[in-house]
Design a protein around this ligand. Structure first.
Ligand SMILES: [Zn+2]
Ligand SMILES: [Zn+2]
Length: 89
């Protein structure tokens, strides 16, 4: 099961941790915080990452990517039966 956590970043690429509070309009309330410049998400599969100023957009793309990973479900008994039948002459 892969994960693609969403993180916020400052303009200098450092992480803007959740402790950094912002107003609803995005103005930083924490001293020393220059404000969020972009949001970034990186999938644990290593094949996908993205960053964009729009946090909602990154979040949506992140979900879409995660949904593209095949779910680790065990093969259905019916399919298994078909495979066994193929093996027997
Ligand atoms: Zn910050
Ligand atoms: Zn992935």
């Amino acid at each position: 099961m892969h994960r693609a956590p969403l993180t916020s970043h400052h303009a200098d690429n450092s992480t803007c941790p959740p402790e950094h509070k912002h107003t609803t309009s995005g103005k930083p309330l924490t001293q020393g915080c220059p404000g969020r410049a972009y949001a970034q998400a990186r999938c644990s599969c290593g094949n996908w990452q993205m960053k964009d100023a729009g946090k909602g957009y990154v979040n949506e793309s992140r979900r879409r990517h995660l949904a593209s990973h095949p779910k680790p479900t065990p093969p259905e008994p019916r399919l298994l039966g078909d495979l066994l039948r193929l093996d027997t002459p």
